[in-house]
Write a protein that binds this ligand. Sequence first.
Ligand code: 1CP
Length: 357
Amino acid sequence: MIGENFSEFLPLHTMELKNDLFLRAHRGEAIERYPVWLMRQAGRILPEYRAVRAKLSGFKELVETPEFAAEVTIQPVDILDVDAAIIFSDILVVPEAMGLTYQMIEQKGPWFEKTIRTREQLSFLDQEIDVQERLSYVFEALKLTKKELAGRVPLIGFAGAPWTILCYMVEGRGSKTFSESRKLLYTDPDLAHELLSRITDVTIQYLKAQLNAGADALQLFDSWAGILGREQYTEFGLKYISKIVDAIPHVPLTVFSKGAIASLPDLTELNCSTLGLDWNMNVVETRKMVGETKTLQGNLDPCVLYGSQKLVELETIKLLKSFESQRHIVNLGHGVYPDIDPEKVKVFIKTVKNYEI
Ligand code: 1CP
């Protein structure tokens, strides 16, 4: 009797999970099958997502309204039967909280009015910001999602890694080359380090606050890691990722450094539970590097999902067979593309769930 009422007063994140496979895989504990989820699972592949989105003024209203963000976060759990939910938000909320507001332009992507390319432009950034207050909508969305999930699956919080966030703050938009950002590393490396340090400080506070709001695990997205060579990535990427993971020890945390193949040996040294692999990274070779010290997440080529159902099944089984350890979380090698048929995604998920390990 006490139990029933008492549970209401427990902090949200101590609520028992009915399916904790994803967290066990992070920790390297025994699992009865591999857990599976998809990067960008909450989004445009689902008609149900597009229906919610159509009611609103735009992407930002969805991100900033906790009730809607929670609804689309839970959709893939209901519809696709994934083993984890990822909070619906964007990595760009961090530069915005620091003082650079962005617009999400339909069919085009993000656009920032102000960019940081000179020391003087650092004055565009607010210092000593109250992360709890500026990003309160994310924390509210996490609390609400956690409550509505009622322990069905773990909830993932996330942030962009400092290098990728710098790219958007310098460039002001997406880019094929991010040459303004790479230029800065040669013309004013001190400014780059100053900016990376400020992003790192805010990101540490942001991730800790996401844990307090109910996130069970975290992921750092370094989407543009691959445009730097090994030495530059050590200096401008990994140095700051290390600071973040060292500040948040003992939490299931995935570092996904897309394209950073040359840096894989360095990534294995990070103090995090899990490495995300893109589809060009070799699972067997990476396993040799990490041994049993880390969980690997990934890495089916997202384009496999354009193939027939049979092909999706065969390629997924091929990936599963390449695993020489239980320390795996199955995912794509990058986010699911918006024009993928959800039925193919279901085949991928079912194949993983039916596979005996
Ligand atoms: O209205 C829409 O549907 C716009 C598309 C969209 C979506 C669904 C954007 C714009 N962001 C999101 C949500 C989002 N973004 C999530 C939700 C949770 C989930 O995974 O289901 C996540 C984790 C992100 C992270 C994100 N945003 C990354 C890192 C991951 C990656 O894909 O490499 C990046 C680089 C962004 C920036 C961003 N946001 C949106 C766009 C179009 C872009 C890329 C811009 C560019 O090309 O540079």
